[in-house]
Design a binder for this molecule. Structure first.
Ligand code: ATP
Ligand code: MG
Length: 576
């Protein structure tokens, strides 16, 4: 497990973990089984990490197991590219699944279970069109009406269902529906569809099927097959729970010898006890969108560079941005688990990134907006090597060599020719400490027209490390790199993708496209210390005084260093 989550000392005690604890205490289950069930129709985003941390977290904490299950019942929208990215993301978060399953592994079981429902009088083939089904369904205030096909005989239903499977009917011509209650106050129970006809190839089963199970039927049965004890899902499924229970109870796998035998034959774990669905609130964060539909549109309309664009809230995006997995563990921890829907402020997420990186990122020197500074009282050809700690709070990170010469780059904003009140860095005639070097005084300013191009300074040699005045105080300390040794690097300065807190706001005919932040990416040519060029891709670093950065996992190499800014050191949005 990861360091950031290890550092949390308190025992997590949300309402779901309390239920699990009680179920263990009462010996309801001897093995806790959970699952993370993404539909492979897009990339995972920050919201999914909450569900991943919860499902894998509970399995880990209670000595249980968690499966990764692809809920692939909707072949038209699914793609193997998504399957691979999802596996990669779950592992990146530091989790390993017990078993990798697909809902499509169970298509034959779902089919056999449906025949059982038909034989029990719990399901029927319905010939109503989609529009007719809607019209018969009723509304929140009015009961629905029974389908004219509801009383078909078992034999007729079985024959029709088999012909549906055999491909004899067109898409949408018929459905298999559960026979529950058209007058139920819960619309989900008004004879919901269990199977529909769709002549579409499936990414896992190819052309084997032309009927596909509905989510509500497939999900609960998949849980039952895998022996899932606690089926954790988001609140929008609360109204589906009665249907979940109905399907599990009516199919009653445990008392279906043929199905059990076919499951055992394939080595599939069998249901121990009935799975229990428990709902919790989704993770929502402002300044971003987290619907797969909108994320897909951002990619396909080329509003971002791809699914792993560092501005995207996808796990691939934030990873490339330089967010470590520990930040998501921290976020899950800080947000907690409840049934209360809320929107988390983006700054909470950024705080998690800072806290996670503070403990693991090495410190380095980089200048993003360079201004030349020459130390005139040192020999021009002086070359030295200074020793710098890699981490101010953790000696185990060791030290490194930082080359030094009298020709330096400093950050342009660390100098003000006409300083404003409260400015404590360099100004004409003023003094500042150069980190690890000593105190310098600005004697002269060289200009090209209006633009300052060089500062000519003297170094107080007594303030160098080991000097007699090393402790002399000045108000400001700034960083630098040796211009003789510095390596050019591309630095990509990312900011929030949206400029408003609620990009989903569609008032005044706007869409989230209108809320994109035009300044969400800026690329600069920076000077960095040589140690930065040689780091491997995806190394987390803090550029001292500037922020947390990462060497880009796709584009960075020693001949062409590329860094992405994950987050600034302080919240710069609070003031805006
Ligand atoms: P869509 O955007 O298409 O509705 P989804 O967000 O429901 O998709 P799934 O692939 O079905 O995506 O999600 C897999 C699991 O992750 C589900 O159990 C779902 O409840 C959970 N999940 C999805 N989004 C969030 C979120 N924002 N917070 C917490 N859990 C989430
Ligand atoms: Mg979903």
């Amino acid at each position: 497990m990861t360091d950031a989550s290890d550092s949390s000392t308190s025992v997590r005690n949300d309402f779901i973990r309390q239920i699990v604890r009680e179920d263990i205490a009462s010996a309801k289950h001897d093995l806790i089984q959970t699952r993370f069930p993404p539909e492979p129709n897009g990339y995972l985003h920050i919201g999914h990490s909450k569900s991943i941390c919860l499902n894998f977290g509970i399995a880990g904490e209670f000595g249980g197991r968690c499966n990764l299950r692809f809920d692939d019942t909707n072949p038209a929208k699914e793609d193997p590219e998504y399957v691979e990215a999802i596996k990669d993301d779950v592992r990146w978060l530091g989790f390993e699944w017990n078993e990798l399953r697909h809902a499509s592994d169970y298509f034959e079981v779902f089919y056999q279970a449906a025949e059982k429902l038909i034989r029990q009088g719990d399901a029927y083939v319905c010939d109503l069109t989609a529009d007719e089904v809607r019209a018969y369904r009723g509304t929140l205030t009015e009961p629905g009406r029974n389908s004219p096909f509801r009383e078909r005989s078992t034999d007729e239903n079985l024959a029709l269902f088999r012909r549906m499977r055999a491909g004899e009917f067109a898409d949408g011509a018929r459905t298999l529906r559960a026979k529950i209650d058209m007058a139920s106050g819960n619309i989900n129970l008004r004879d919901p569809a269990l199977f529909r006809i769709k002549h579409v190839a499936h990414q896992n089963t190819g052309d084997a099927w032309c009927i596909y199970p509905m989510y509500d039927y497939a999900h609960c049965l998949s849980d039952a097959i895998e022996g899932v004890t606690h089926s954790l899902c988001t609140l929008e499924f609360e109204d589906h729970r009665p249907l979940y229970d109905w399907c599990v109870d009516r199919v009653d796998l445990v008392n279906h010898p043929e199905l059990l035998a076919s499951l055992a034959e394939r080595g599939w774990h069998q249901a121990a006890a009935k799975p229990r669905q428990i709902e919790f609130s989704r993770l929502n964060i402002n300044y971003t969108v987290m619907s797969k539909r909108k994320l897909l549109a951002l990619v396909s309309e080329k509003l971002v560079a791809g699914w792993d664009d560092p501005r995207m809230p996808t796990l691939q995006g934030i990873r490339r941005r330089g967010v470590p997995p520990q930040a998501l563990h921290l976020l899950a921890e800080r947000v907690g688990i409840s049934k209360q829907n809320s929107v988390i402020d983006f700054s909470v997420f950024e705080g998690c990134i800072r806290d996670a990186l503070d403990v693991k990122a090495v410190r380095r020197l980089a200048v993003l907006d360079p201004l030349k500074l020459v130390l005139t009282n040192l020999p021009e050809d002086l070359r030295e090597t200074l020793r710098f700690a890699n981490h101010p709070k953790d000696e185990s990170f060791g030290q490194r060599d930082v080359p030094f010469s009298p020709q330096l780059w400093i950050e342009r904003e660390d100098f003000m020719e006409v300083p404003v009140k409260g400015f404590h860095r360099l100004m004409p005639g003023g003094e500042v400490r150069l980190r690890g070097v000593g105190i310098v005084k600005c004697d002269a300013v060289v200009k090209d027209g209006e633009r300052v191009v060089e500062l000519r300074c003297t170094l107080d040699l007594d303030t160098r490390p080991g000097g007699i005045s090393v402790d002399r105080k000045v108000k400001g300390t700034i960083h630098w790199v040796s211009a003789v040794h510095a390596v050019a690097a591309e630095v990509r300065l990312y900011d929030r993708l949206f400029k408003v807190a609620d990009p989903d706001d569609e008032s005044e005919g706007k869409t989230y496209r209108d809320h994109l932040n035009p300044d969400s990416i800026r690329s600069v040519q920076a000077w960095v210390e040589p140690a930065l060029a040689t780091c491997s891709p995806e190394t987390h670093v803090q550029f001292e005084r500037l922020g947390f950065f990462v060497s880009d996992r796709r584009d960075h190499d020693a001949t062409r260093p590329v860094f992405n800014r994950a987050v600034t050191l302080r919240d710069t949005w609070a003031a805006k």
